[in-house]
Design a protein around this ligand. Structure first.
Ligand SMILES: Nc1nc2c(ncn2[C@@H]2O[C@H](COP(=O)(O)OP(=O)(O)OP(=O)(O)O)[C@@H](O)[C@H]2O)c(=O)[nH]1
Ligand SMILES: [Mg+2]
Length: 203
């Protein structure tokens, strides 16, 4: 898919106030610092579109970006970040879960995980919660540039195998990406384009 426009639309913490156009929407979720905002910038080829930081906890609201004037990307705050106060953390969790439960336009959630790490309890818990609520999602492995090329598949397969050893009967769709070297960009945009086509065909 060719990106012809990527525009920031709005930030808010209230799902009811998110854009109400009936366009397909994709949300990026995962632990703080996993690279959600960086991935959005890489996909859109726009460095400062989504705010990034080396310090976890940068993104704090639901951020909507309108792409090619016919679909939305959503940058969400990270979960599982211990340095925000307990009260703030609760608020994030409440509107994150509310977002996934109430957002009718959402066609796929992308759960980002660092390719170097084993499945973390908070990620497993969130994926299980998505499964239970029948919310479609795919896994995106991030920061693949941090591994030697030969190790990349091995780490991803190891992660997926651990899901299969747990509660998952089938491995979710997955993508291997790096915001530093653009790995996975074409695959991910192609996946989105296919879903968009289905979405508009059924309108
Ligand atoms: N090497 C490498 N670093 C990355 C990659 N993606 C993100 N980073 C770095 O990881 C840090 C966090 O990136 P963000 O994109 O802000 O992460 P986030 O998930 O949006 O974080 P929060 O908004 O705090 O939840 C930054 O220092 C990025 O430069 C990647 O693919 N490769
Ligand atoms: Mg962010």
């Amino acid at each position: 898919m060719k990106i012809t426009s990527a525009d920031f639309v709005m930030s808010n913490s209230n799902v009811a106030k998110c854009p109400n156009e009936p366009l397909p929407e994709y949300a990026f979720i995962g632990r703080s610092n996993v690279g959600k905002s960086s991935l959005i910038n890489m996909l859109m080829e726009r460095k400062g579109l989504a705010k990034t930081s080396g310090r976890p906890g940068k993104t704090q609201l639901i951020n909507h970006f309108k792409i090619n004037n016919n679909w939305f990307l959503v940058d969400l705050p990270g979960y599982g970040y211990a340095r925000v106060s307990k009260k703030d953390k609760k608020t994030f969790q409440k509107y994150i879960t509310e977002y996934f439960q109430k957002r009718k336009q959402l066609v796929c959630g992308f759960v980002l995980v660092d390719i170097r790490h084993d499945p973390q309890p908070v990620d497993l818990e969130f994926m299980e919660w998505l499964g239970t609520n029948q919310i479609p999602f795919a896994i995106i492995f991030t920061k693949a540039d941090k591994l030697k090329p030969a190790a990349i598949e091995k780490y991803a397969n190891n992660y997926l195998q651990k899901l299969l050893d747990g509660v998952w009967e089938e491995a979710p769709t997955h993508f291997i990406t790096s915001s530093s070297n653009r790995m996975g960009r074409e695959e991910l945009l192609g996946f989105i384009e296919d879903i968009n086509q289905e979405f508009f065909k059924n309108q």
